[in-house]
Design a protein around this ligand. Structure first.
Ligand code: NDP
Length: 300
């Protein structure tokens, strides 16, 4: 939790005129942005003056979100396009639209995710869908958008909205921990090996005894994979694209049935600070944890 953070991040303060590197020509894409933290992120980035692409897997829910932004008066630089990150055809439609509408973009926030368990449940009934959406969906969308990252001195940025439930200390399977913990040999193939081993354990009904994370197990494994993939990407694009993860902390959204320690707007404020950090102190390969009482900490 936040108390295990090694240090606070002083550069993650409010932007000043000297630290502000973005303008209305800076483009940010947010997945799963019709509600919750994704919607709050759209509002925050729009308030800060960037051009925002709001995406939603459901057309009408996306348009409703656009209507709400109009009511709030922050819709000027927000565009909407339907995107289901678990559907390769939807990803391709988005890419075609984006290519014809924008030249490039600066920030991608992979926020969309599902969880089918209530707070105190841990059923694996939808494990495949959870992995397919939360890990493979974010990964495939990222890969599809990589050619459109702006090559600029302010560096393009990916912020993966992740969870502490997917950190390595939650994994008690020594073999899988060794694979994900070895930064030198970590690769997409090795991450997929771990994910496949989990899905096989679910299929064979033995997942409870294999040392997988104990809470929201399928969701946690998907976030473990997303965190590991972020490390791989950060290494591959060092100096070109900054890739970080952010756990917003326990946040009041539909995913938590409205429970949580802070609002989606609070979480979005912390996430935007990380995404917009000034160029001289921009990091990559970090895992940030947000807490309204303790601020933003880096765990890696
Ligand atoms: P919500 O359930 O409120 O929002 C999730 C969003 O993802 C919705 O817009 C949902 O769309 C969308 N989504 C789901 N599946 C897809 C898909 N296949 N394609 C595109 N969009 C999809 O959850 P939160 O706002 O709480 O979650 C946002 C992020 O924060 C997630 O990554 C979550 O894991 C993470 N997080 C949240 C925490 C919390 O306490 N709330 C804690 C730690 C991490 P639809 O409305 O159609 O369902």
């Amino acid at each position: 939790m936040a108390s295990s953070c090694r240090h606070q991040q002083p550069p993650l303060s409010h932007p000043t005129t000297t630290t502000r590197w973005w303008s209305e020509d800076s483009v940010v894409i947010i997945t799963g942005a019709n509600k919750g933290i994704g919607y709050a992120l759209v509002k925050r980035f729009a308030e800060l003056g960037l051009t925002v692409v709001l995406t939603s897997r459901d057309q009408s829910r996306g348009l409703q979100a656009m209507d709400s932004l109009k009511v709030l008066g922050v819709d000027h630089h927000v565009r909407f396009f339907q995107l289901d990150i678990s559907d390769p055809i939807s990803i391709q439609s988005f890419v075609s639209w984006f290519r014809s509408s924008f030249k490039a973009f600066d920030i991608l926030v992979n926020n969309a995710a599902v969880c089918f368990n209530a707070m105190n449940e841990n059923s694996m009934e939808y494990a495949e869908t959870v992995i397919k959406t939360n890990y493979y969906g974010s990964k495939q969308f990222t890969e599809a958008m990589l050619p459109f990252f702006r090559r600029s001195s302010s560096m393009s940025r990916i912020l993966n909205i992740s969870s502490r439930l997917g950190t390595l200390d939650k994994l008690n399977n020594p073999q899988m921990k060794a694979i994900l913990g070895d930064k030198e040999t970590l690769s997409e193939g090795r991450i997929d090996m771990v994910v496949n081993a989990f899905l096989e354990d679910v299929k064979e009904g033995r997942w409870k005894t294999k040392g997988w994370p104990e809470i929201w197990t399928d969701y946690s494994v998907a976030k473990l994979a997303l965190n590991a993939y972020s490390q791989v990407l950060a290494k591959r694009y060092e100096g070109v694209v900054s890739v970080n993860c952010f756990c917003p902390g326990f946040t009041q959204t539909a995913m938590t049935d409205g429970n949580g320690k802070h609002s989606a707007d609070d979480a979005a404020k912390m996430a935007t600070k990380i995404a917009l950090v000034p160029v001289p102190v921009l990091n990559t390969g970090k895992f940030y944890v947000g807490s309204t009482s303790r601020g933003i900490c880096s765990k890696l």
